[in-house]
Write a protein that binds this ligand. Sequence first.
Ligand code: PLP
Length: 360
Amino acid sequence: MTSPYSEYMEWAKTRSGARFNLASSGVAAFPLAELGARFEDLEICGDSGYGYAPLQERLARKAGVDPDRVVHATGTSMANLLVLAAAAEPGDEVLIEEPTYSLLVDAARWLRLDVRRFPRRAEDGFRLDPREVEKALAPRTRLVVITNLHNPSSAFVPPEGLRAVGDAARSVGARVLVDEVYLESLAVLGRPSGSAAHLGPEFVVTSSLTKAYGLSGLRCGWAVADPDLARRMWRLNDLFGVIPAHPAERLSVVALDHLDRVASRARRILETNTEGVNAFLAARPDLECAPVDGGMIVFPRLRGGDVERLCRRLRERHETTVVPGRFFGAPEHFRLSLGCAPATLEEGLSRLARALDEAD
Ligand SMILES: Cc1ncc(COP(=O)(O)O)c(C=O)c1O
């Protein structure tokens, strides 16, 4: 039996912390004091049941769908778990992109789903090739799982690519789970993003306010699915804590009402940091990586050298962390995040440059 634990999450919680943390993937924490919440906006208990109506309404408006398609969940993490559990039965096959966010694979295995992988190739910029999905689909595939923007590379899957995956999945009666937690960064940057939620009933989308808005502590995640699947997810959620913490639901309502303000701060951070990271990448012939174009994370390949040793040196001598590529099954790469305060990124990148320049 495979371990039910996530190696990556244990590392992220216990070993990614550093003075210059370029490992943590979200935008720097948004301060409560700037949210515009009043004491009377909060309450300890409320009418949550299968969704707190004011929050359901706002999430549905944000997603551009009817509230009966929205399932509020504890972060994208729980939304993903609910989709996997509601859309497939133990022994069913799920087809998951590789590389990807490892928790998707860990959760599927823990649910006793039969995990198969299809490649997104580094030499192709991690572009999603729908033909790879078609090739790997089998009659017993119940779910295809992708991230858009891609974790770890931020590669964007355009609507025509998603439609091709949807058509292929539908031909065997499977659904497509699109984890869009990083697509929110395009919304923050004011760029059209095209959620898969509007592409057809075979698509199920998950997302949250955690990454692009710096609101991780609210754990405000959601899934958008067809109403039948959404109902199944609500019923499954009864097993995982019944209802969310109501003060977090209330604060999520306030955050959604002030999302423009939250997004403008995130936009300033991401725009400044995109320039910084792109200048850094352009100056490093030892790193192979396309420039950042709207994402919050990048996944450079170290040309020669050992990424594990680089990460150790970076942390021990330079108080800086990035995510080693081994957590994505790509040990020549490392993941670098753009969400931290610009001054942290600037200093972290100059320390990374020093660590790269030092001999192994
Ligand atoms: C693709 C992806 N999905 C989900 C999550 C978890 O998101 P949340 O904090 O909303 O649970 C992450 C976190 O890194 C992620 O990379």
